[in-house]
Design a protein around this ligand. Sequence first.
Ligand code: NAD
Length: 487
Amino acid sequence: MTGRRFDIDGVAVSGDHFIGGERVGSERTFTNRSPLDWAMTIGEIARGEEETAGLAVDAALDAFDAWVGLGVEGRAAILHRLADVIDDNIDALARVECLDMAMLFDSLKARVIHRGAENFRNYADLATGFEERRWSSKGTANQVHRMPAGPAVIITPWNAPWLLSTWKLAPALAAGNPVILKPAEWSPLSASLLADLSLEAGLPPGVLNVVQGIGEEVGAALVSDPRVRRVSFTGSPEAARHIGVAAARNIVPFTAELGGKGPFVVFEDADLDAAAKKAAWQYDDSGQVCLAGTRLIVQESVAPGFLERFHAYVDTHVLGDSRDPNTTISPMIHPEHLARVDGFVTRAREAGDTIARGGRVWTEDGLWYEPTLIIPSSNDSEVVQREVFGPVLTFQTFTDENDAVGLANSTDYGLSAIVYTSSADRAERVGRQIRAGIVWTNCFLIRDLTAPFGGCGISGIGREGGDYALDFHSDLKTFQVLEGTVT
Ligand code: NAD
């Protein structure tokens, strides 16, 4: 059954799969609701099965040769057109993403959707700008070629679905791989709208396929298909373990961008006000941000001054509807997730941790959780060691630099870290010692798209960003000719 299309604030969005350039339905569906009003059903979404996964890989394989045949310049031209089409549809994409996953509308409209367009532009330019390494060695002329690898499966989580899917799609497509994208079941719609826009931009049928459904069902079928040559995943370590095993069975390269438990370290020489303001900002998107600095680790000597400023900034937050320009904290994605977050806080309370602020569901009839600060009774507390993925921060103090680095590195995660200091030497020393894929000093979330991105420990495997992602999506080949044998 096909033809599930619904109207979101004047924007028509399909609830079907998008395979080989056409809408394809499934007998079974799942219900999509909006976190802005849980009583409201957005629509029924096709629930893909093994057969759907097979069809999507067929379509990607069928499109492979023609996509490769366009060459890097031909592909880049289409990706630039796609970026332009996205920029022409910022308002529609922002409306859909806002209703589907509750990110703040103003920020989507001003920044986030356009960043998706930039992902395509950036990778189109990087791929065309690639210079094959050439050198002479042992009497031979050597070159390194990038060969497109084949169909790539991209699986994304429900938080930041637009940003993450465009960030992962762009290098795969620029490298010459047709893609099957499976968005998360809690926020499936911006990917569906992107599929329509890809047709408008002239992306050949089968180059981008979008399959909807449940991770353990169609997601598992996709990553197990032996014809798939790359798996790029963003989500939880739990799902990554299953997906990694499936990829390994088929000897398929796999990248995983997983959870975080970032330290937010404030030294006594820091601009305390700037640090406190940025710390209060870690509640944005209701804390559903993998890169957030959720463990505040502050030098003892400035802890009272920091806390006073921090509370003052948190007091200015406005919980509300994401479409309201005054809102700074949007609702959480799903009642199940709200209950999961509340479970962490309840267990922390029972274990003797101190709830210094918040610690409750905000209203009975919505999905907001109060911005919460917990002073743990020990560094082993669950709320310090496990990712909550909600508006819950912990607060700890340290005496000296070694102590700070020890606390920063004391979890199994290693995605990101934030350090506030006014000393360049300290920034360098501490930055080098922290085990994380990115360390921000006196800033947060600013990222050059060409920089490597990924995690250490259980925060992930591999690096995305810049040439790292293009290399991942390619099979690198060394091409060698005996010198003097060809003219
Ligand atoms: P999740 O792992 O439950 O789901 C992510 C995606 O994987 C979904 O599309 C889901 O359907 C799919 N999936 C689940 N099990 C699968 C399986 N067995 N086979 C194939 N696909 C499967 O994660 P989530 O709850 O959607 O997202 C939250 C997590 O994502 C958090 O841990 C967060 O930190 C992490 N995250 C990481 C980054 C990063 O860049 N490192 C960015 C955003 C979110």
